[in-house]
Ligand binder design. Sequence first.
Ligand SMILES: CC(C)(COP(=O)(O)OP(=O)(O)OC[C@H]1O[C@@H](n2cnc3c(N)ncnc32)[C@H](O)[C@@H]1OP(=O)(O)O)[C@@H](O)C(=O)NCCC(=O)NCCS
Length: 194
Amino acid sequence: MSHSSNAIEPPIDTERLLLRAYGEDDADRVIDIQSRLDVIRWLGIPPYLPMKDRAEALVWIAKWSDLHEKDPRLGGWAIEIRETGVVAGTAMLVELPNGEGKVQIGWHLHPDSAGKGYVTEAALAVLSAGFASGLPEIWADMFEDNAASAAVARRLGMAELGVIDDPWYGGRSRVFRLTREQWDARFEQKVANP
Ligand SMILES: CC(C)(COP(=O)(O)OP(=O)(O)OC[C@H]1O[C@@H](n2cnc3c(N)ncnc32)[C@H](O)[C@@H]1OP(=O)(O)O)[C@@H](O)C(=O)NCCC(=O)NCCS
């Protein structure tokens, strides 16, 4: 397998999903998701400000294309359910703040799309694309009481480093990491033990 530095090039198809760039047509759904305290209270650093209007949604959407343009290994993608066309949520690869280039995977769902395995399915595709693009490791960082997010990271087979004093966001966080060697080893094992 080649590990040169490549761009991630969505759309990416999975069994049930299409991971694709956000566009302006997604603004209403973006507002619906980003205005919910039960979603945004788990993301980033307080204060959690619910998204108010279309103007804010368009800024949020543009942020992802700007990020991907700046560093084509990074971005945030709409998780579209292929059967219905509904955007279930977002999967992303972004830098940890002041993380010396360390990259984390992130995810969130509209509550109407939870409990169906969509984030796990999307995140597997994002990890695969991230490692194929040349990332040596991918982190996941979450509030220590975010049981649903920790369950996703465990399902993905990320190595759990435990709850630590968070060097990037402050406070206490549960941190996971997956290296490209660990990722590749899964597939080598499968080949060795078909
Ligand atoms: C974190 C979050 C994305 C997890 O959502 P989720 O629906 O639990 O995760 P998945 O999409 O992977 O779905 C897994 C669930 O679907 C179930 N499931 C149903 N059908 C499935 C299928 N075909 N394949 C896999 N799992 C399936 C699983 O059993 C699991 O449910 P369980 O936890 O009750 O066992 C969601 O809780 C969320 O958006 N939270 C708010 C934002 C947030 O915290 N983001 C992370 C910040 S670090």
